[in-house]
Structures are given as C-alpha cells and as structure tokens.
Design a protein around this ligand. Structure first.
Ligand code: SAH
Ligand code: SF4
Length: 340
C-alpha cells in the first residue's frame, strides 16, 4: 500500500479521476491531513463511508517514530526510525523570525565528500516523499511548534532523489497542504548540474544553495568527488541559468576547513570566480567529527577570509553555529546510532 503522505494533490487527482471521483475531494483530503492533522481515514468525517473504504484499500498512514531527541536553547535535534528500521535525522533551528527545519532526503549519501559524516555511510535508499513530509509533521506535533521555513540540507543529496524531492516540495508548498511559501524553502545540492538545470524550470521560486567549498577544480576534486563529473565551470553556468529562470539569487555554501580552503589566495580566487554573479556566499563553520582529520578554521583565518570577500564586493555571511555541541553536524546522530 502507498503511504498517503507520498501523494501530492496532482497525484491524488490522477487517482481520483481514475475512479471517477471529482478532484475537489483531494482538497478535502489535504485539509484533513495537513490542517486538521488526523491520522486515520475514519476521522475524515465529511467524506462518504464508501469513499473512505476506497481510500483505505489503496493508502496507508505510515509514521516515523522519534528514537532520540536532543535539545539546546537554539536547537532541537531528532533521530527518527523509519518503518523499515532505518534511521534519519532532522534539526530545528530557532531564530527570532521563526523556526526553520533541516530535513534529510536520503538514508546515507553516495557523493562521498571528504569531510562529511552523512556521506561516510553509503546510501541505503532514497527517502519517499512522505518520509520527508513526515519529518515536519512529527516535529510540529512533538515540539508543539510551527515550522515556517524548510531547508533540505540534512542527510543525503536531494538531487540524487529528484522525483521524490519534487513531490515533497509540492506537498509542503500546497496552500491546502503545509502552505510553506516557496521563498521559505531552500534545497542544497553538491552540484549535480543536469538537475540544477531541470530544477530551474520547476515552476516554484525555491531557493537553491550550492555546496562549492573550493574556488578551483584541483582543490574541489579532492574535497568533492562530484567535481570530477561536473566541474566548477559547468556549475557556474548552471547557477547563472538558475538565476535567469527563477530570479532567485543562489547561495554559495563554503565550509571553512582550517588550512585547506581558507587562505587569502582561496578568498581571492573565490572573489574572482563570483564577481558580478547574482549569488550570496554563506561561510559555514565546520563541525568537527572524530572520523576526519579536518578541523574548523580559526577565528582569525575566518575573519580574514570574510573581510577579503566583503572588500571585493561579494555579499557574504557567516552561518550561525547551531548545536555543534549536540552532534548537529548532519549525519552524526545517525552514524552514532548505526555504529553503536
Ligand atoms: N548533499 C547536499 C545537502 C546536504 S549537506 C549538499 O552537499 O549540499 C548540507 C551542507 O552541509 C553542505 O554544504 C555540506 O557540505 C555541509 N556539511 C557537511 N558536513 C559538514 C560538517 N561536518 N560541518 C559543516 N558543514 C558540513
Ligand atoms: Fe552527501 Fe552533501 Fe555530505 Fe557531500 S556534503 S557527502 S553530497 S550529504
């Protein structure tokens, strides 16, 4: 049986059409699921008994369970167990403007970036759209909060799970679903160029973040294997295309690795690469983990790097550090659990 949370309204409408039911029913179903948050078809009291039986014969309510929860003043971190026993994680970050959530898109990751805990454990499988949606539902229910923005930056490479990602985005953006505005949603990719081009033509103005982490191919090849497939040059062209199509400035993520990619020469190369482009740079303090020898850039190196970019006219910010003390480096909680 199909998990009902996998179904965007487009998909539900196709099914409704196939059984000769009017498509406005999908609006009613969505309102029960995402506004009233019922957990059984029997609770959908404005639907006819016969139709409820039809729904039951086709769809199930799957739920993930909260396996572990860690809390700090600014962060909530969840480890979830899926119905097949796999683990994923999601993190809530509390800002003064609202709560944002970072969700996982795959169980593990096959991109194998040299510094990343999520990629250290290979991909087991893609998450279904519903399993990404449910991370949001479970957190809102457990923490009794409303999540106003969503970043797809947890475990996994979202563009390696493109179709389910798109269904997920449709469900959370749907005005009858979670109604999270496209401008409050960000998808982060390691740089799968053909998917960036495809995503540029997806009709929602969703923010795109690209993990660059190095200003030249030689260094990026060492840090991110994907660069051997899609070079920086190809990536820059895709970023320009994304802006052209969506009018959304792309965020360039740059994780600050001490004495690896944080020299003034690197800052100079980065400024030259990005000058004149419609991008923001977000410098990410590295979350150290015991499995890699990389360390976080010192305060003074980070400051010099930042100042150089700033003086060169590049829009640059430093990511606030969330929950480093509670294993918040993406993938750490899961890795701890799996390797216990
Ligand atoms: N696979 C996607 C999205 C998930 S990773 C991507 O790579 O963009 C989200 C971000 O966290 C990426 O920029 C990634 O490089 C970064 N990241 C991975 N491990 C990290 C760590 N230990 N500390 C800080 N950032 C990390
Ligand atoms: Fe995968 Fe992103 Fe980690 Fe690279 S940084 S291994 S793409 S999750």
């Amino acid at each position: 049986m199909v998990n009902i949370y996998n179904m965007s309204r487009d998909k539900l409408n196709v099914w409704l059409d196939s059984i000769g039911v009017k498509s406005y029913k999908s609006i009613q179903i969505f309102e029960w699921l995402y506004q009233k948050r019922v957990k059984s078809f029997d609770d959908m009291t404005n639907l006819k008994k016969e139709f409820i039986e039809k729904l039951k014969s086709e769809y199930a309510f799957n739920h993930l369970t909260i396996k572990k929860k860690q809390e700090s003043s600014t962060t909530l971190k969840y480890l979830f167990e899926l119905t097949d026993g796999n683990y994923i994680e999601a993190v809530v970050m509390k800002h003064d403007y609202g709560n944002s959530v970072c969700v996982s898109s795959q169980i593990g990751c096959n991109m194998g970036c040299a510094f990343c805990e999520s990629g250290r454990l290979k991909k087991v499988r893609n998450l279904e759209a519903g399993e990404i949606v449910e991370q949001i539902l479970a957190i809102e229910e457990d923490a009794k909060i409303r999540l106003s923005s969503v970043v797809v930056m947890g475990i996994g490479e979202p563009f390696d799970n493109y179709d389910n990602l798109i269904e997920f985005l449709k469900i959370i953006n749907d005005p009858h679903g979670l109604a999270i505005g496209a401008r409050h949603i960000t998808v982060s990719t390691s740089g799968i160029v053909p998917k960036i081009l495809e995503f540029a033509n997806f009709p929602l103005q969703i923010n795109l973040a690209v993990s660059l982490h190095a200003p030249n191919d030689e260094l990026r090849n060492k840090l991110m294997k994907i660069n051997k497939v899609y070079s920086i040059d190809a990536l820059m062209k895709a970023i320009d295309y994304y802006y052209e199509k969506t009018n959304r400035r792309v965020t360039i993520e740059y994780v600050m690795l001490n004495n690896v990619n944080d020299s003034i020469e690197c800052a100079k190369e980065l400024a030259n690469l990005l000058r004149g482009k419609n991008v923001y740079v977000n410098l990410i303090p590295y979350n150290e983990t015991s499995h890699f020898e990389f360390s976080k850039s010192t305060e003074s190196r980070r400051k010099s790097f930042f100042d150089y970019l700033h003086k060169s006219g590049i829009t640059v910010t430093v990511r606030r550090e969330f929950g480093g003390n509670i294993d918040a480096a993406c993938g750490q909680l899961r890795a701890n659990e799996v390797e216990k």
